[in-house]
Design a protein around this ligand. Sequence first.
Ligand code: NAD
Length: 297
Amino acid sequence: MSSTIGFIGLGHMGGPMAQNLLKAGHRLQVFDLVPEAIQSLVQAGAAAAASAAEAAKGADLVITMLPASRHVEGLYLGSEGLLASIAEGTLVLECSTIAPESARKVSAAASRRGIRMLDAPVSGGTGGAVAGTLTFIVGGSAADLESARPYLEAMGKNIFHAGGAGAGQVAKICNNMLLGILMAGTSEALALGVANGLDPKTLSDIIAKSSGRNWATELYNPWPGVMENVPSSKDYAGGFGVDLMLKDLGLAAEASMHARATTPLGELARNLYALHSTQGHGKLDFSSILKLYHQPR
Ligand code: NAD
């Protein structure tokens, strides 16, 4: 069944996600603040919209993929906000990674207008967005998730229902806090081995088959040249930026304070990525955290 989808936010993630919806046969009305981002979707068959409200007009489904909480609240809320121009009953998928509190606030405002909103942050990176193999971590009603499922399946492979509104964001933040910690830990272990005379590839192969193995040693090694086609082997270009990881670790810290939970390693990782960012590396892939531990001679 072909639907009309309003897609807003066509960056590293939103662009390829929108492309996959086009490939699945849907009609897309797209909007981004950056005109070039709109143009590459238009070349693939989408209709350009002049504003977010125009993208949402007449759409069966609205999807947003924006940087952070302030962009999402800024877009949806207020008398001029997008919620005021979306038709009652419309399904909205908010896929950005944002604070659970923000997701709940926007979702509550949507339900007051009879709009069905799900928080559906993703995992899987830009590679997963291009390949259509993202993991969607969904918060909201189970019935709305069933309505969204065919669209989610066009962009992703794994779909989880984490709980009510905001629960998708909580689960996503927990995952990314762990990811930030394990990437720093993996970098630390590799740098220790190399400082003691080991070859980084040999050590990585050993860890990948031993009890310290993890996603970084298996799929996303931070040491340049150990693995092909990962950001570390491309001068840390592309992938998931240090500043986005820093944002997620900040969200974890907020969630931790909110719930009076204890997250000492998450806090330490947040400080390491903040230091790394202030050293001018904010736009590099987050695996560049290795540079804190090792400077090539
Ligand atoms: P990005 O910065 O590449 O894209 C965001 C896009 O939103 C930009 O093109 C920007 O112009 C647009 N935008 C901002 N405000 C807008 C507005 N008011 N109206 C229309 N467009 C607007 O970011 P990204 O890498 O695509 O990430 C998007 C979200 O996905 C973030 O919340 C990020 O944390 C999350 N995420 C990213 C990755 C990754 O690997 N990049 C992985 C998982 C989740």
